[in-house]
Design a binder for this molecule. Sequence first.
Ligand code: NDP
Length: 339
Amino acid sequence: MPSPTPTPFTALYLTKTDGAFTARLRDDLTDDELVAHTGEANVIVRIAHSTVNYKDGLALTNRSPVVRQWPMVPGIDGAGTVELSTDPRWSVGDKVIHNGWGVGETHWGCLSQKARLKGDWLIALPTELSTADAMAIGTAGYTAMLCVMALEDAGVRPDSGEILVTGASGGVGSVAVALLSGLGYRVVASTGKLDEAEYLRALGAVDILDRAGLSTAGKPLQKERWAGVVDSVGSHTLANALAQTRYGGAVAACGLAQGMELSTSVAPFILRGVRLLGVDSVMCPTVRRQQAWARLATDLDRRKLASMTRTIGLAEAPQVAVDILAGKVRGRVVVDVNA
Ligand code: NDP
């Protein structure tokens, strides 16, 4: 596949040599290097916007083994314009979104002005969204939508009762609160940032819980409260959410911000018929992704999305990575790769 513009481009660049990790900006990357690290990919995308998700935070700080090939251009998400394609489904000028698929882990990613991706991985940018909107949503927001869809598939409806959203001020949590409230659910937001209560109420939460009440080990069955839960936190928080879910309710679990372990009992499942729904965005089949993005284009209030989003340049991404792992980032961060 020939390169259309052999001019150098800028990207974040991660290396690990003799165990020493570095993350830096390079403005002299070449198409030859891009081709060498992107295998059988068949679409070159001129990236306009990317983002810093929790997983990007792990990659950019080398905190856990997210990156499995070196050197790496990180960035699991990107939105931009097709510059060259040998895939018949994609033409020059098409606006596209990319989320997941191991990009930024084993394949050079989108915290870059240019990415070389597989046509199979791309989703057409919905006409209602700009590339900046799409990255304000990003994997975090698309995963929040997958969680909402999982609850809906389990029969949870706005009149079923209250929905708990954990990690509510984070990326998944903020979008989940906005989406669910827009769909007519009564959303209770659990947060460690009680000073963000007004922010969460503006997104649509009707009540705020101090996450401290959920984050230590609790009884296997507790007072029934939730018709549904969107949990991006895992660990004791997820165990307590299960223990507080009402008879026949459902819990969508997508994250591990508190921890990966889950110590619970079968009691909620066998005595209350509670369902635990696993949600994965990375390898999610294309049809489900298209459904999620179509729903995001119509169901997510764009003013709420703007209120949870700030925009940075590529050079600021490493600091945001540190902040997101420290739980300090509110909402979503868009990266303008040309800033
Ligand atoms: P963020 O960092 O934006 O949000 C996570 C939030 O969790 C924080 O803002 C904080 O919210 C809360 N939190 C942080 N640390 C703790 C803690 N120790 N105990 C309890 N709560 C804590 O990350 P994202 O929203 O982008 O991602 C959240 C999780 O979802 C991550 O684990 C990520 O890996 C996972 N994820 C999984 C996906 C999948 O495909 N399954 C896709 C996308 C994300 P607050 O202060 O409001 O409590």
